[in-house]
Write a protein that binds this ligand. Structure first.
Ligand code: UDP
Length: 311
């Protein structure tokens, strides 16, 4: 297959490029590099099956030649990033998704949308099943990401129903692993870097809010199972093991052997109080479930962060 990956220089996008190349696909990675890192794709430059195009898909997307699949992963994804780039986040979820769907329609390609657990907002149904419509504040600071992705899902289904485009929608839950930017602001990278550097771990609020963390290799395997299968989705892909942020902090200290203290900072506006995927659909339809447990995944991520930051 010849596959276009938008956001190909990002955390998940670059892992997808790597896995697609490993299985023998040709890859065109597109990124405007506002939150992606060129270092994530430089290792693929020597591979004749890989091409990188620096483009902003919100303005225009052009790929010469045949395309079999378009994986739309371009978007700021860390709360810190989408609060810094609110307009770009709204544009890439709306205009960018429109451009990428147009390309998929034109090329006769399958289209896979990277959606998110944020479509559930601050969920009142727990764990979150795909049939739950969510609880999102459209005018809050996180609304720029949540509503962009909700619009992107609606647009994807409209292209599917009206134009007959072959589509897939994955709802991605908190994912971590090597190639996360050390300063991307998310809880796993923050806590690991703080522990490694001997600085205090910054817990927002009282740390009683929960998240369910999926190791990147599991996430990528789930996304490719969805791409290759017949299920349109949306399908939740995430690890259903749930931890409070406080518990995560304790586990990070244990895994890194750090004696950093814990400090408490204000809780961001509209921070979801709980999050855990129901993965029955992924198990039944894709035969997928995560394999890497949190301690093992954190240990691998910590090793990578130490190596890349020379600590
Ligand atoms: N968080 C925290 N300390 C940090 C960064 C994040 O306590 O240094 C909390 C944040 O308030 C949220 C959870 O960790 O409750 C996950 O935050 P993250 O930014 O990783 O992703 P989110 O799931 O909110 O999109």
């Amino acid at each position: 297959m010849r596959v276009v990956v938008t956001g190909g220089a990002g955390f998940l996008g670059s892992h997808l490029c790597e896995e697609l190349l490993a299985r023998g696909d040709q890859v065109v990675a597109i990124d405007n590099l506002i939150t992606g890192s060129i270092e994530n794709v430089e290792p693929f430059y020597g591979d004749a099956a890989f091409v990188f195009q620096r483009q902003d898909v919100s303005n225009h997307v052009h790929v010469a030649g045949p395309v079999d699949a378009v994986l739309h992963f371009a978007s700021p994804a860390s709360p810190k990033d989408y609060l810094e780039f609110p307009i770009q986040t709204l544009k890439v979820g709306s205009l960018g998704t429109h451009n990428c769907l147009g390309m998929a329609k034109d090329k006769g390609a399958r289209f896979l949308l990277a959606s998110t657990s944020e479509v559930y907002g601050d969920p009142e149904v727990h764990p979150q099943v795909e049939s739950y419509w969510g609880h999102v504040n459209p005018v809050g600071p996180r609304g720029v990401y949540d509503e962009a992705k909700r619009f992107a899902e609606a647009l994807t289904m409209a292209y599917h129903r009206y134009h007959g485009v072959d589509v897939r929608i994955v709802r991605i839950f908190n994912t971590y692993g090597p190639k996360m930017r050390p300063a991307d602001g998310r809880v796993v990278s923050n806590f690991l870097m703080q522990a490694i550097e001997g600085k205090p771990l910054t817990i927002y609020g009282e740390g009683q809010q929960s998240r369910s963390f999926c190791y990147v290799d599991d996430e990528v395997r789930g996304i490719l199972a969805l791409l290759d299968g017949d299920e349109v989705g949306p399908v939740n892909i995430g690890n259903p093991n749930e931890f409070t942020v406080r518990e995560l902090a304790e586990i990070v200290l244990e895994v890194t052997g750090s004696s950093s203290e814990l400090v408490f900072e204000p809780l961001p506006v509209d921070d979801p109080t709980q999050r855990r995927p129901d993965i029955t659909l992924a198990r039944d339809r894709l035969g997928w479930e995560p394999q890497v447990q949190l301690r093992e995944g954190l240990s691998r991520t910590s090793d990578w962060l130490r190596t890349m930051s020379g600590l």
